[in-house]
Design a protein. Structure first.
Length: 342
């Protein structure tokens, strides 16, 4: 790529910890000219009226951001536009961009076809799929679907982690709590899983927004607000067990916690999936369950481990993500090479 041209425009959100901000910052360090279009600054979904538009009349909410993106591209045309998620954009907008000879890439960290929640976007997300020149997919199953059904270029781009070595060293002093922990916003399946663990006599703490709408705290269940920044990493590290519960679009794949938990030296208990067994050795670097009985047996076994045994698991999982280059900085290097080919 020529460094004297504005070759890559990343389209997404500049909110803290948005996935696209990691790629933006690390690609800035490479031999590539990269700029950012903050699509989230052109609309809000806060008021009842805005939520109504978001669900039933997205055009009324998103027309402004579509016009703004086209104007930005008209003023300063890039070679490639990389859109993260893309719930705001319409097929006609992508078609207009493509007609200028600009390559279009999408990376949807939710899923273009399995949209479980309103926040995953409307039908335009799926309608836009054919208008991209290439898709980066966190899921291998999704990658194969795009390749076979749409005959488009598709590349596997797993999630990663963004934890510097100096930040990791700060976590090692965390005093361990021999409890189960789950960090993430609630849904019925996650609440049901937490209750089953508590009903079997094990203590579990959950962190996130609105958990009290799904669970009632008791002597086995504690509920905490969402944690962010270093508090998030400290919480991941502190507990003997970090539980990972997939949402429908992560089944047979993985999610962000898959790499964040081992990156901080956490002990991860997660659903069995084809991708999890590619990333980690079950029973050594991760602990995988196929049903509730296996989950409870794993929880019981891990809570009974000695501190020395637990430390060995923490070291093994951390070493694995370092050895396999799973950080977002490493992912950005891989993306850089793909962009060269595009």
């Amino acid at each position: 790529m020529k460094s004297d041209t504005n070759c890559l425009l990343i389209v997404g959100s500049l909110l803290p910890d948005a996935l696209e901000t990691y790629y933006y910052s690390y690609l800035m360090k490479r031999d590539i000219s990269v700029s950012f279009f903050d699509s989230s600054s052109y609309y809000n979904v806060q008021s009842i009226k805005e939520k109504f538009y978001f669900r039933y009349f997205p055009g009324l909410l998103f027309n402004r951001v579509n016009d703004a993106l086209l104007q930005r591209i008209q003023q300063d045309p890039p070679d490639i536009v990389w859109i993260f998620k893309g719930i705001e954009f319409f097929p006609q907008t992508l078609k207009s961009i493509a007609e200028k000879g600009i390559k279009l890439i999408n990376y949807n960290p939710d899923h273009p076809f399995i949209r479980t929640f309103v926040s995953n976007g409307g039908s335009n997300v799926e309608e836009c799929v054919p208008f991209y020149d290439a898709h980066f997919c966190y899921s291998r199953d999704l990658m194969k679907k795009v390749q076979s059904e749409y005959k488009l270029k598709s590349y596997w781009l797993p999630f990663g982690y963004n934890l510097a070595d100096e930040e990791y060293r700060l976590l090692q002093g965390e005093k361990e709590e021999k409890r189960v922990c789950f960090i993430g916003n609630p849904d019925r399946l996650r609440a049901l899983t937490a209750r089953k663990i508590a009903e079997k006599g094990y203590e579990i703490d959950v962190y996130g927004y609105n958990w009290k709408q799904y669970l009632s705290p008791n002597h086995k269940i504690r509920i905490f607000d969402q944690v962010i920044g270093m508090d998030y990493w400290k919480t991941l590290r502190r507990y003997r067990i970090q539980l990972n519960i997939f949402r429908p679009h992560n089944v047979n794949s993985h999610n962000m916690r898959t790499f964040e938990i081992p990156a901080c030296g956490g002990i991860q208990v997660a659903p069995f999936s084809d991708e999890n067994v590619l990333f980690f050795e079950d029973g050594k670097e991760i602990f995988l369950f196929r049903n509730d009985d296996e989950l409870i047996a794993i929880v019981d076994s891990l809570l009974r481990l000695s501190d020395i045994e637990a430390t060995q698991i923490r070291k093994a999982s951390r070493y694995k993500v370092l050895q396999d280059h799973c950080s977002y900085e490493d992912r950005a290097h891989y993306v850089h090479d793909l962009l060269q080919n595009l």
